[in-house]
Ligand binder design. Structure first.
Ligand SMILES: Cc1cc2nc3c(=O)[nH]c(=O)nc-3n(C[C@H](O)[C@H](O)[C@H](O)COP(=O)(O)OP(=O)(O)OC[C@H]3O[C@@H](n4cnc5c(N)ncnc54)[C@H](O)[C@@H]3O)c2cc1C
Ligand SMILES: Cc1cc2nc3c(=O)[nH]c(=O)nc-3n(C[C@H](O)[C@H](O)[C@H](O)COP(=O)(O)O)c2cc1C
Length: 433
């Protein structure tokens, strides 16, 4: 292979995505930046431009030089963090020393009610400044709903008239609360627990799917909270809302939106929610196995996936590892899970309760114990791995999987690379909060 002429090697190995003149890359956790990137690409293509539109996880740093122009859409998630599909690209970017001649413009999306406003966009911008590809004014930061600001910015950037650029803001849908019931046991302490909320669409009927998210803004607040849909049917949806409480200055406080939904909203009330289609954990192909790891209300998107799998009669195996504190108080959806198991949809269920016996058991312990099976699912059966719950799960589960891969492949570098590939290809997806 080494004897192949350079141009031929290039032909064989250059990925199809390196063909466009313009690269539109995005780092997006829940789909907003992706939506704007895709729409921008469509608009430029309609002008006859040759555009590649990709998550940054699929962009090779060394290919950047081949483009004539680069536009990046970068959201900030977590606490000033880069979205999962931009992390590895950012690391490689930090390592690059060669100057980049292609100009890079960044549209950064954030929300100033979080601590570190547009931090991810700023970090990318710093790197491209260092490489000589950006200037001070090639970073556009937007606060909150970005669509109108994007319309203006993109019009100036592309020369397309503002009137010809549609603003596809997330739909606002109204829902009426028809039922709310606890998912936890009777002895659950007041600040904890979770509730199932059944809601009926108040406007026209709509088909919801696994991976859809709803955004709710509690009264007198600016910031919207996202929730996964945990069940869908023709005439109602379900949300699974966890009670949030915390201590501040010696005082017990409650989470604003969860308290609003659990304690203040009454049956029959109608509330507005923004609708983000497929921004979360979406249904895999019918024959692709699915390994789900959930803690607490992280069970919500998994319930939707399992129920949709059952409804579609998908043939693939589904394995759930669910963790919470106590089997009597915090075993959410126990009957539903047993029913799904009985029906053969849930092929394997492992439980990890941290307050059950002498020894605390967490989902991480189950995965470590079952690492051979986990690797078989991931490597041989091409299963998807979805993780939803507390933010700490990312490092904990990442460490276990990388250790398991090191043991299996007997090569640390290869194992780390392989893990990164699984993330980049979205075979492993985290939804953490
Ligand atoms: C993609 C996605 C999907 C989600 N899905 C679900 C779901 O299905 N179910 C669910 O229950 N939740 C879900 N969430 C979480 C949800 O969006 C909210 O974050 C959660 O309900 C808490 O909101 P809140 O308004 O009740 O709490 P907030 O009032 O926003 O408080 C949240 C936390 O912030 C901290 N905090 C806030 N103010 C202070 C302060 N002054 N000092 C110290 N700490 C403070 C506390 O630790 C508190 O626990 C999801 C989040 C994301 C991003
Ligand atoms: C859990 C969570 C954490 C966030 N953290 C930040 C942050 O630290 N800084 C910021 O500017 N914006 C933050 N945001 C706002 C997002 O950047 C904003 O909602 C954006 O539209 C999400 O884009 P995406 O759908 O492309 O991921 C956060 C949003 C969520 C839901």
């Amino acid at each position: 292979m080494n004897k192949l002429p350079f141009f031929l090697k290039n032909l064989l190995f250059s990925p199809v995505y390196a063909q466009g003149d313009i690269l539109i890359g995005y780092a997006s956790q829940t789909g907003t930046a992706k939506g704007l990137a895709v729409q921008s690409a469509e608009l430029l293509r309609a002008q006859g431009q040759n555009v590649s539109c990709l998550p940054l996880a699929q962009v090779d740093i060394s290919e950047l030089d081949h483009y004539q122009n680069i536009i990046l859409f970068i959201s900030t998630c977590g606490e000033g963090d880069i979205p999962d599909n931009g992390v590895a690209f950012y690391q490689r970017l930090q390592e690059r020393t060669a100057q980049l001649l292609t100009p890079v413009s960044i549209f950064a999306i954030g929300d100033s009610s979080y601590g570190q406003f547009c931090e991810a966009g700023k970090r990318f911008h710093q790197q491209f400044l260092r490489l000589g590809a950006s200037q001070d004014d090639t970073l556009q930061m937007v606060d909150g709903a970005p669509h109108t600001a994007w319309q203006q910015w993109f019009s100036t950037f592309s020369g397309i008239r503002q009137d010809d650029i549609a603003v596809n803001e997330p739909l606002t849908l109204n829902f009426t609360l028809i039922e709310r019931k606890p998912l936890h046991g009777e002895q659950c302490s007041p600040g904890r627990g979770a509730y199932s909320l059944q809601l009926a669409p108040a406007d026209q009927a709509r088909t919801f799917k696994s991976g859809d998210l709803l955004g709710i803004t509690p009264p007198n607040e600016k910031r919207e909270r996202l929730y996964s849909i945990s069940a869908v049917s023709n005439d109602r949806i379900e949300l699974c809302i966890g009670k949030v409480s915390y201590e501040e200055d010696g005082e017990q406080k409650v989470g604003l939106c969860s308290d609003y939904l659990i304690e203040q909203l009454t049956i029959g009330d109608t509330i507005a929610m923004t609708y983000r289609q497929q921004g979360g954990l979406v249904l895999p192909e019918p024959e692709q196995p699915l390994l789900m790891v959930a803690t607490g209300t992280g069970i919500a998107p998994m319930m939707c996936l399992l129920r949709e799998r059952q409804q579609n009669q998908d043939s693939a195996d589904n394995w759930l590892v669910f963790g919470n504190r106590h089997p009597d108080q915090d075993y959410f959806y126990k009957e539903d899970l047993q029913q799904l198991q009985g029906a053969g949809t849930l092929t394997r269920l492992d439980l990890a309760f941290s307050r059950q016996g002498e020894q605390k058991v967490y989902v991480q312990n189950v995965l470590a114990e079952q690492q051979e099976h986990v690797l078989d699912w991931l490597l041989h059966r091409q299963a998807r791995l979805y993780v939803c719950g507390q933010t700490g799960l990312k490092d904990g589960i990442g460490d276990i999987l990388q250790q398991a891969l090191i043991a299996r492949l007997n090569d640390t570098e290869q194992a780390v690379q392989h893990y990164q590939q699984l993330l980049d290809q979205e075979q492993i997806v985290f939804e953490l909060y």
